[in-house]
Write a new protein. Structure first.
Length: 311
């Protein structure tokens, strides 16, 4: 039995494979409890949901807490699957059926769902990024604005900067109160290029770090280049998908690492001297840095620049 759940703000549309049964419940705690009661006798092999900007968190968390095998997939994958199977119509009921069919055909592997602390940490990191974006936007407006509104913009910038400090304090407190995160953060920050923001983002948004091999973790983040070949044509290898927030932080960490982290700097210099473009060399260094971080957490050992970290 495979279950597909289409999540909206108000409701959950549920479809089963191969029995093709359908049900709709409310997307709230009573509705989720009703859904759990319906699913328990079925003993589903897999429950598939789409990532919907956080609307799926409640039902996913409650299903995981009950021990159901749950996987949250990228909506693009499901939409591409629907197109490939010729299903172009789109309603909540149809989407639930397509998600169930996707789960039956593709069999995505369930991963450990982030616990409540990890979700809170991710939310704080997201809010930090939003505030930084707002500060940048206000500073950009300041230069071209009329004198009559400049005072208001400056006050807004000052308020946003004070909120940013509060968020960063909350992040530090969240890390310090979690013994496991604190130990992992200490290990990660021994690697030159990885600072408090980088380590916090990785801890909150990449809980799989240290549990996967190097190929799996680089594909998960989206720094694994994919082939574009057909017949005699050899296209450019490009990265695609993955966790954009982790990749963005990893890029900034790599910029620092190619200056101050000797093994990463040596690797970057070797690639550029061989004629590789800057962006190509950067992605390769990001992949190498991520592989090293993965090995450090897997073995719980600090960064050792004199020896290659195991993958």
């Amino acid at each position: 039995m495979i279950i597909g759940i289409d999540v909206s703000k108000a409701s959950l549309d549920v479809a089963t494979r191969p029995s093709n049964e359908e049900v709709r419940v409310a997307n709230d705690e009573p509705g989720c409890r009703d859904l759990i009661s319906l699913l328990k006798p079925l003993s589903p092999k897999l429950i598939v949901l789409e990532a919907t900007g956080g609307l799926e968190n409640l039902v996913t968390g409650m299903l995981v807490a009950e021990g159901f095998p749950v996987v949250v997939v990228n909506p693009r994958q499901v939409r591409d699957f629907a197109k490939a199977t010729g299903k172009l119509a789109k309603t909540d009921r149809i989407d639930a059926k397509i998600i169930a069919h996707f789960g039956e055909a593709i069999k995505p592997e369930p991963r450990a769902f982030k616990d409540e602390d990890s979700q809170a940490l991710t939310a704080l990191m997201t809010r930090r990024r939003q505030i930084i974006d707002m500060i940048t936007a206000e500073k950009n407006r300041l230069g071209s604005s009329h004198e009559s509104v400049k005072k208001d913009i400056k006050e807004t910038i000052n308020w946003l900067e004070s909120r940013l400090k509060d968020i960063e304090n909350d992040l530090s407190k969240a890390i310090s109160e979690n013994v496991v995160w604190q130990e992992k953060s200490k290990i990660l920050t021994t690697c030159k290029g990885i600072g408090p923001v980088s380590s916090t983002t990785v801890l909150g948004s990449l809980p799989e770090l240290g549990t996967l091999n190097r190929r799996e973790i680089t594909a998960l983040v989206g720094v694994c280049p994919y082939n574009r070949d057909s017949g005699k044509m050899r296209g450019k290898r490009t990265i695609f998908g993955g966790r954009a927030n982790v990749r963005a932080v990893l890029y900034m960490a790599t910029l620092t690492a190619i200056r101050f982290n000797p093994p990463i700097k040596e690797f970057y210099d070797r690639l550029t001297k061989a004629g590789k473009l800057h962006k190509v060399a950067m992605v390769a260094c990001m992949r190498k840095l991520l592989t090293v971080l993965n090995a450090m957490i897997k073995t719980m050992t600090p960064w050792n620049p004199k020896s290659e970290q195991p993958a």
